[in-house]
Each structure stands twice: as structure tokens, then as C-alpha cells.
Design a protein around this ligand. Structure first.
Ligand code: FCB
Length: 414
């Protein structure tokens, strides 16, 4: 249930004018360790990158060297006047061998937390963002009999550095993790494999889903006992909409893809909404979006309205768990388009808030152009990075989002 603490000041929004947000509203950007740090050599993803799977054509390598350059990244966000940064700690670095906890790595991540504060950024720390240690994957991953206990041990090890962190996200997009699990099971089946390589994703594996929910609840109990953090997790939302007459199919798609993970957040302190695009559900299920000139560099439909749909769905299914938008953004080379997309997404967010939905922050994906899980081409960043010199160059969208943060208002309802 919602706990009494200052980050939970509820915004009072019922106005047809642009709405002033509470000064606790988080305006920030997000990254994950594997996509930015570089050389995450003890992770399962590093091993996958070595295995020449067609859906992972490129490797992460040095990524954008944020392992060493995090202060520079955070300084740029702070200078733009953003007030929050969501980043992750990497299990594969903290526990590179089962039971072998690295104090030096915990110290490293504690320095990141302190640096965020020095840069004027409220930290939100993610404990698991797609990658696990390779030893965990080899032992069976999320469906191993002791998976929850292994994750809980890791969370116990990290808790001391999180003691004063206001926001902790236990697991990023557990429904995507369950999709990866399903995909890995299917790799040996030629027909399903060819469907996957042509862009379609399998349904989330329900067995992995149940275990991920247990792992989240175990982590939540530990963090509530040992830290002051508001605890939640973040759910990948497809902002499904029904083709005419397909409401039942829509409910079925939501039931498999999102709702169990949102229901699991009913007693969380917040739920992270992550939305990029919207997908239509037809008579035979989810309709794959066709190629279209407006598609983004990930091949997704250009749908800034997805954020409003996702926020409303999360609110309805959780029964009113406070929301933080933990990811929203666009893969594009055209920064003007990034600004246009984000402005429209924020207008939809404002309309949802005007309807009484309690949203505590907006964290844009991503702070930096980074490794997009197998490919470098889709660039989501507010900051460009030269991958040879690691030079950071802020894009106009960073200053633009900073302006939004400074104004601290969202457009009112139309
Ligand atoms: C989300 C992931 C994030 C990034 C964006 C584009 O599914 O959480 O790491 O890849 O998509």
C-alpha cells in the first residue's frame, strides 16, 4: 500500500489550464547498466552476444563506457536541469560467481548514487534490467528451483547501499524477461525461430512470469525492511487497442502480456509504466505492425499517444498504484522528431493526470544513445555518444526536456 513519505505528495490536478506539477515531480532520463557501462563480461547477455544468434548481430563491447564516465553523464543531465536519473546496478558485476559478492562493486554503485545527488538528480535504482549473471543462467535462469532465493540473496547484498535511495525498481520489464525466456525455449524449433527472426515476439512464458512475480515480492519485502525506498517494478506496455469488435481478443492479449505483472504491483509503492508504441489486436490476436515510412528506427509505429493508453491501463489494472513513467521515448536520427514525439506523449500524460491518475514522474528513455539489445542503430538518446572517443554531445532534446522540467507544467486537457 501507499506509504506515508514526502515523495508521495499527491498532485492535485483538475484544471483546463496547463497544470502546475508538485515540486516533487521527477523529470529525468533513464539508462541500464548493460546498455551503457561496457564489458559486462560475467553476464548472460555477454554470452548471448558471443553465440552468433541472428537477432543479436552486434555486440555491446565497451558500450558507451558509462562505467567510467557516469559522472559526466549525470553532470550533463543536471546541467540541463533535469532532477532525476534512473540507472541500474549490475548483478553480474556485484555477484560474478554464485555467493561471491564484490564489495568494490557495491562501493562503485554507491559512488554513483552519491554522484547523482551531487548533480541535483534524485536517483531511481533498478536492480535487474534484463541481464543476469551467466552462472544464474547456466543454473536454469528464472525457472531454476532456487531462482527466487538467489535473487533475494543478491537484493540483500545490495540493500545496504540503497538505504537512503528514494526509489528502487526491482525488475525491469518482467514481461519482456518472460518473453526472452519463451524465445530461448523456442530457438530449437525452426518454425517458431523463423517467426521470431522476422520480428514477431512470442508470448511471455507464464512459468517464468510467476517466478518473476515471486522474486519481485521477495525483493520488495527485503527492501521495505532494510531501506526507506519506495519500491516498485516497471512493466513493458504495448498500449494494445482493439480492432472493431475485438474487445475479447484485446482482453486476452492484455491478460497474457501485461495484466499479471500489473496486478502484482497492486501493493507496490509505485508502478513503472514503459510505453513506446501501440499495437492493435484483431480477430486472430496481435496484429504485427507493417513497414511504414513513419516507423521509428526500431520498426515500431510512431504512436506518442501510447503513453496515455498505457498509463490509463496501468491505473485501472493496479486499482490505483501511483505511477512513475520509467521509460518513454523514440529511436530516431531526427532530434526534432524526438522533441515532437515527447511533447505529444507528455500532452497525453497531462490529460490522464487531469482525469485523476496519480503520476509521480517522467523518466525519458534514454539519457544516452546506447546498445539497443543486439543493435547500435536505434538511437534513443538525449545525448549522442561518439563510440570511438566516447565524447558526449547533448542533443537539443536534452535542453528542451530540461525546459519542461524547469516549467514543471503539463498541458491541460484539450
Ligand atoms: C525497453 C527496455 C530498454 C530499452 C527500451 C527501448 O524495453 O527496458 O532497455 O531497450 O525498451
Amino acid at each position: 500500500m501507499l506509504r506515508e513519505r514526502s515523495v508521495f505528495e499527491s498532485p492535485t490536478i483538475r484544471s483546463d489550464r496547463p497544470m502546475k506539477l508538485p515540486n516533487t515531480f521527477l523529470w529525468g532520463a533513464a539508462t541500464s547498466p548493460h546498455q551503457t557501462e561496457g564489458n559486462n563480461v560475467n553476464s548472460d547477455w555477454w554470452a548471448l552476444e558471443s553465440s552468433a544468434l541472428p537477432m543479436i548481430p552486434e555486440r555491446s563491447g565497451d558500450a558507451v563506457d558509462s562505467y567510467h564516465r557516469y559522472r559526466e553523464d549525470m553532470t550533463l543531465l543536471g546541467q540541463a536541469r533535469l532532477n532525476a536519473y534512473r540507472f541500474g546496478v549490475e548483478w553480474a558485476r556485484i555477484e560474478p560467481e554464485r555467493g561471491q559478492i564484490s564489495q568494490a562493486m557495491l562501493d562503485h554503485y554507491r559512488r554513483m548514487i552519491d554522484t547523482a545527488r551531487e548533480c541535483g538528480l534524485t536517483p531511481m535504482v533498478t536492480l535487474h534490467h534484463f541481464t543476469s549473471p551467466q552462472w544464474f543462467a547456466e543454473a536454469g535462469g528464472w525457472v531454476a528451483p532456487d531462482a527466487v532465493e538467489r535473487f533475494a540473496d543478491y537484493v540483500r547484498a545490495v540493500a545496504p547501499i540503497l538505504v537512503d535511495v528514494p526509489w528502487v525498481c526491482t525488475i525491469n520489464e518482467p514481461n519482456m524477461v518472460a518473453i526472452f525466456a519463451a524465445a530461448q525455449r523456442l530457438v530449437s524449433d525452426p518454425e517458431s525461430f523463423s517467426a521470431m527472426t522476422s520480428g514477431a515476439m512470442p508470448d511471455p512464458d507464464p512459468d517464468s512470469g510467476k517466478i518473476l512475480i515471486d522474486a519481485h515480492h521477495a525483493a520488495r519485502a527485503i527492501l521495505r525492511a532494510e531501506t526507506d525506498a519506495a519500491v516498485g517494478w516497471s512493466v513493458a506496455q504495448q498500449a494494445f487497442v482493439a480492432a472493431p469488435g475485438c474487445e475479447e481478443q484485446l482482453a486476452a492479449a492484455n491478460h497474457i502480456w501485461e495484466d499479471p505483472y500489473l496486478i502484482a504491483a497492486r501493493d507496490d509503492d509505485f508502478v513503472g509504466v514503459q510505453a513506446y508504441t501501440s499495437r492493435t489486436v484483431g480477430p486472430d490476436g496481435i496484429i504485427e505492425h507493417p513497414e511504414h515510412p513513419d516507423n521509428t528506427l526500431t520498426g515500431w509505429a510512431y504512436r506518442p499517444d501510447a503513453l496515455g493508453i498505457a498509463v490509463r491501463h496501468a491505473w485501472e489494472v493496479t486499482g490505483g498504484t501511483p505511477i512513475v513513467v520509467t521509460e518513454n521515448g523514440i529511436a530516431t536520427d531526427d532530434d526534432t522528431k524526438r522533441i515532437a514525439y515527447t511533447a505529444e506523449a507528455l500532452a497525453h500524460l497531462g490529460q490522464a493526470m487531469a482525469d485523476g491518475i496519480d503520476v509521480r514522474g517522467y523518466l525519458h528513455w534514454s539519457a544516452l544513445d546506447n546498445y539497443e539489445w543486439g543493435r547500435w542503430r536505434p538511437t534513443f538518446g538525449l545525448i549522442a555518444v561518439d563510440r570511438r572517443t566516447f565524447t558526449r554531445t547533448p542533443k537539443p532534446s536534452l535542453a528542451w526536456l530540461g525546459e519542461m522540467a524547469r516549467g514543471n507544467t503539463l498541458p491541460g486537457p484539450r
